[in-house]
Design a protein around this ligand. Structure first.
Ligand code: PMP
Length: 342
């Protein structure tokens, strides 16, 4: 696997911007190098462009070397940078397996990169032969999402591995919802696959969506490419500071995940008793895909009652489906009561 040869030529040749803090990273008494306002406040200085402390903390938490971690303004930033690093606009393509998270295709479209699409199986698993057949010859990046949004299921591990080992390009495995899953995902085997980029986020299980912190894990070579092309100060001081504190609250996070999982099974059970529910799909995430009679009507009725779910009924394989996030016990009860009266 020659990662350099997969890169766009302009990115391979790019000399990145070096900030004042890249030039001098020690501790000094007087900083007159970055044209900041000298009057002290919590935020008058630029943040650490390398996010050193935060990466060390995440490194301990995930048991991954800091050099194999990229931090982005949400995982959406990593998705965009991966496309920009590897796909030549107007020439190259990415592949998505539908139905899935919409931003892969949208980021590709913004970058004028073609999108190849392969439909998942009726059980929302990977059709790995179709993926491998469709990707050649222009496809550079395959996006897989496990647990998948909006279906909620894990993709089968063997099929992911087949794609990883048979595709001579980048495979992005989006594990945004892995903390809710019955599987540990691919971080423990990251070193086995030089073309693998695992995405995770603090927006879901960690409850920090407002802070915008997404993580990409990959070989040091791939991570150094993403670092080279990111905005220099992409993670604000506020986010770096608050996330550092919040990552100590692992017990609270685990506790909330356990509560969400317990609520998920109650919600699934309650949904299954409702006459308008035709199918509740198996889920490994903090949401559940539900096939109902007349999805748009049900959506509108819920919205009128102040309950917002996600209407996925126009999406391939998701006819008449709503995607429902697991809320608090009280929120879920309100949802079920409202549906029961329909
Ligand atoms: N990946 C998936 C599968 C998602 O569902 C989402 C958010 N809905 C994201 C990535 C984006 O997460 P972030 O908040 O880290 O940008």
């Amino acid at each position: 696997m020659n990662i350099q040869s997969l890169l766009r030529e302009n990115i391979r040749n790019l000399k990145p911007y070096a900030t004042a803090r890249h030039e001098f990273s020690g501790v000094a008494e007087v900083y007159l190098d970055a044209n900041e306002n000298p009057f002290r406040s919590d935020y008058n200085r630029y943040p650490d462009p390398t996010q050193k402390k935060l990466k060390e903390k995440i490194s301990q938490l995930k048991n991954i070397d800091p050099g194999k971690i990229f931090l982005g303004n949400g995982s959406d930033e990593a998705i965009d940078l991966i496309i920009r690093a590897f796909c030549e606009p107007g020439n190259d393509a990415v592949l998505v397996t539908e139905p899935t998270y919409g931003m892969y295709a949208i980021c590709a479209a913004i970058n004028n990169v073609a999108v190849k699409s392969v439909t998942l199986t009726p059980k929302f698993d990977l059709d790995e032969d179709a993926v491998l057949n469709a990707i050649a010859p222009t496809g550079k990046v395959i996006f897989l999402c496990s647990p998948n949004n909006p279906s909620g299921n894990l993709l089968s591990k063997e099929k992911i591995i087949r794609v990883l080992t048979h595709f001579n390009g980048i495979v992005v495995l989006d594990e945004a919802y892995i903390d809710f899953a019955s599987d540990e995902g691919f971080l423990p085997v990251l070193q086995n696959y030089p073309n693998l980029i695992v995405l995770q986020t603090l927006s879901k299980a960690w409850g920090l969506a407002g802070l915008r912190l997404g993580m990409a894990f990959a070989s040091a070579e791939i991570i150094s490419i993403l670092n080279k092309i990111k905005y220099p100060y992409n993670i604000s001081s506020l986010t770096q500071q608050v996330v550092l504190e919040k990552l100590d609250a692992i017990a609270e996070k685990n506790n909330q995940v356990q509560q969400i999982l317990a609520e998920r099974s109650s919600l699934v059970n309650a949904l299954q008793t409702l006459p308008l529910v035709k199918q509740v799909y198996p889920t490994d995430a903090n949401f559940v895909l539900v096939k109902v009679t007349g999805a748009r009507k049900v959506y509108n009725h819920l919205a009128e009652q102040g309950i917002i779910v996600r209407d996925r009924s126009t999406v391939v394989l998701c006819e008449d489906c709503l995607r429902i996030t697991v809320g608090t016990a009280e929120e879920n009860r309100k949802l079920i009561d409202t549906l029961a009266k329909l």
